[in-house]
Design a binder for this molecule. Structure first.
Ligand code: COA
Length: 152
């Protein structure tokens, strides 16, 4: 990793994500997440202790009127951090994560790299999303699977 990239990641962790996890002001949490390079629409709520990918923050896109509840985790890359034969099986990769307008991630939801959560979809508490979530759909469980269509 180049020194400038390492510095960027350090800045995101130390001065953006760290404070954002605990800051009592919701608007400041959003500002700090934007400073990380995350694309965030209007009227968005991000709760406390939310884990957001600091290596590829710019691959996270959050639409308008989205709620991200406490302790959610959104990762946009995968890589083992040390040399291991597993790297042949799981080479480093990154993929965009999109959360469309009106969606709600309930407390503790986890989004894996490359997924899109559709408009007005709900990810239930504790769910692990490993594939796209259709619009107007509640998904739940590990792995997250559709539970019902939401009539809006
Ligand atoms: C998703 C949620 C809002 C429930 O929505 P709902 O439309 O009322 O869903 P229901 O209660 O009708 O549940 C539908 C099915 O999904 C299941 N389900 C609901 N939440 C689930 C979860 N977190 N994990 C696994 N299954 C879940 C229910 O057991 C039910 O299954 P069944 O049909 O076999 O009985 C709620 O479960 C949830 O996750 N709340 C978290 C709230 C939160 O994050 N608060 C933080 C502050 S914003």
């Amino acid at each position: 990793m180049s020194p400038s990239r390492a510095l960027k990641i350090f800045f995101r962790r130390m001065f953006c994500l760290g404070p954002a996890k605990l800051c009592p002001l919701a608007s400041v949490r959003i500002l700090l997440c934007r400073l990380m390079g995350i694309q965030i629409g209007s009227d968005v709520y991000i709760g406390f202790h939310v884990e957001l990918d600091t290596n590829f923050s710019e691959l996270i896109e959050i639409g308008d009127h989205v709620t991200i509840s406490h302790r959610c985790t959104i990762v946009s890359h995968m890589a083992t951090s040390v040399a291991t034969p597993l790297q042949r099986l799981y080479p480093p990769s990154a993929a965009p994560v999109r959360i469309c307008d009106g969606a709600w991630l309930c407390v503790g939801a986890i989004l894996l790299p490359g997924v899109t959560v559709g408009e007005n979809a709900v990810v239930a508490a504790g769910a692990v999303v490993d594939r796209d979530v259709p619009a107007n759909t509640l998904v739940a469980g590990v792995p997250a699977r559709p539970v019902k269509t939401l009539s809006l």
